[in-house]
Write a protein that binds this ligand. Structure first.
Ligand code: KG4
Ligand code: ZN
Length: 341
C-alpha cells in the first residue's frame, strides 16, 4: 500500500508518498526559510500564506516524481497538530478535500509521532525503544511502545533545544534557523573558551532546562561587546563551540538518566533513537552513540534530511496507523496543541 503525506505545521510545505515497505516514492519539501529570515524566526501569518501558495505545486511535484495519480494512493495522511494553527489548517483542509474527492481514508497525524517513528521508516527499528525527540519546538524523552503508545520520561522545563540553538545564534547575529550555523562554527572554535553552565545535571530524573545556559551566553556576549566592538569570528566560533559542548554534556548525562529511569520502570529498551531537527547535529549524534554503546544499546539517528521537517515521516505514520486500523473521520480538527503523552 501507499500513503500520501502532507506537512505544513511550521515553515516547510511538504508532500511525500511512502510505500508500506518503507520505500519513499516522492519526498518534496518547499522551505520558507528565506521568507522568515529577515525576522529572525517564523512569522505565523507569513507561514500560513506561503502554505496556501505552495501546497498545490508541491503536491503536483510529488505526484509527478512518483509517477502516480491520486487514484493510485491508498490513504491520505496529514499533520493535524501540534504547530502553527494557520499552516496546520491549510494542510488539514487540503487532505480533507483530497480524501473526500478521491474517496480515500484520512489519517490525522501528530507531528511529534511522525518524528518519533521516523527511525522505523529509515531503520525498521522494533518496538519498544527509547526516544529522545529534540526539535525546534519540543524536547522529550519517552519510551515508544507502539503506534500511539508513549511513556513520557522527561521534558524541558523551558526552551526546546532547537529554540536554544536558534536564540544563541540570533544573539551572535547568525541567520535563522541558527542550529546548523552554530554546528558549523563550533568546529572552528575552542570548546573550553567559556565555562557555560549545564543546568539540571544533578537533579533526579531526565528533565532538562536550557534557560540558564542561554542567559550565560547572553552575559558572555554582553561582556565581550562591552567596548562597543562587534564579536569577531573567533569569538563567535568559541561561543558556539562552548555552547555546543555544554549541550553535549547535558544530553549525555540526561540520556543516561533516561535509560536508568526506563530500566527502573521495567521498560528496558534495546535501542536509543534520536529524532527531530536537532538530531541532524553530528556532535550530538556522536555523544549519544557513545552513551548507547556504554549501556550496551544500539543507537539510531535517521539521516539529517529526514530529521528536519518533511512529509515522508507523516506518510509513514499514515502507513502504521492504517495498518493498525486507526482511520480518522472527515470532521477531525486541526490542533495547535497536541501532546504525545
Ligand atoms: O524538527 P524541526 O525541523 O522543526 C520542528 O518541528 O521544530 O527542527 C528545527 C530545529 C531548529 O531549531 C534548528 O535550528 C534545529 O532544528 N537544527 C539544528 C541542526 N539542524 C537543525 N540544531 C543543531 N544542529 C543542527 N545541525
Ligand atoms: Zn518537526
Amino acid at each position: 500500500m501507499r500513503v500520501l503525506g502532507i506537512e505544513s505545521s511550521c515553515d516547510e510545505t511538504a508532500v511525500a508518498i511512502v510505500q508500506d515497505d518503507g520505500t519513499i516514492l516522492a519526498n518534496v519539501i518547499r522551505s520558507q526559510v528565506a521568507a522568515h529570515q529577515p525576522y529572525g524566526g517564523v512569522v505565523p501569518e507569513i507561514a500560513a500564506r506561503a502554505h496556501i501558495e505552495w501546497m498545490e505545486p508541491v503536491l503536483e511535484q510529488a505526484l509527478k516524481k512518483s509517477s502516480l495519480t491520486l487514484n493510485e494512493v491508498d490513504a491520505i495522511a496529514v499533520t493535524a497538530g501540534p504547530g502553527l494553527i494557520g499552516g496546520v489548517i491549510v494542510g488539514v483542509m487540503t487532505a480533507k478535500a483530497l480524501a473526500s474527492i478521491y474517496q480515500k481514508p484520512l489519517i490525522a497525524v501528530n507531528h511529534l509521532e511522525a518524528h518519533a517513528l521516523t527511525a522505523r521508516l529509515t531503520h525498521h527499528v522494533s518496538y519498544p525503544y527509547l526516544l529522545l525527540l529534540v526539535s525546534g519546538g519540543h524536547f522529550i524523552y519517552a519510551v515508544v511502545e507502539g503506534v500511539g503508545r508513549y511513556r513520557l520520561l522527561g521534558k524541558t522545563l523551558d526552551d526546546a533545544l532547537g529554540e536554544a540553538f536558534d536564540k544563541c545564534a540570533k544573539m551572535m547575529e547568525l541567520p535563522y534557523p541558527g542550529g546548523p550555523y552554530i554546528e558549523r562554527l563550533a568546529k572552528e572554535g575552542n570548546p573550553l573558551a567559556f565555562d557555560f553552565p549545564c543546568p539540571m545535571l544533578g537533579v533526579k530524573g531526565c528533565d532538562v532546562s536550557f534557560s540558564g545556559l542561554k542567559t550565560a551566553v547572553r552575559y558572555a556576549i554582553r561582556t565581550l561587546i562591552g567596548n562597543g566592538n562587534p564579536l569577531t569570528d573567533k569569538q563567535k566560533a568559541d561561543i558556539a563551540a562552548s555552547f555546543q559542548r555544554a549541550v553535549v554534556t547535558i544530553l549525555s548525562q540526561r540520556s543516561k538518566s533516561a535509560i536508568d529511569m526506563a530500566r527502573e520502570q521495567g521498560l528496558a529498551c534495546p535501542t536509543l533513537v534520536v529524532a527531530g531537527g536537532v538530531a541532524a547535529n553530528q556532535a550530538i549524534g556522536a555523544a549519544l552513540r557513545d552513551v548507547a554503546a556504554q549501556q550496551a544499546m544500539d543507537f539510531i539517528a535517521p539521516p539529517p534530511a529526514l530529521c528536519t521537517d518533511n512529509a515522508a515521516m507523516i506518510a509513514w505514520v499514515g502507513v502504521e496507523r492504517y495498518q493498525a486500523g486507526l482511520i480518522d473521520h472527515l470532521d477531525v480538527e486541526p490542533k495547535a496543541r497536541w501532546p504525545l503523552a
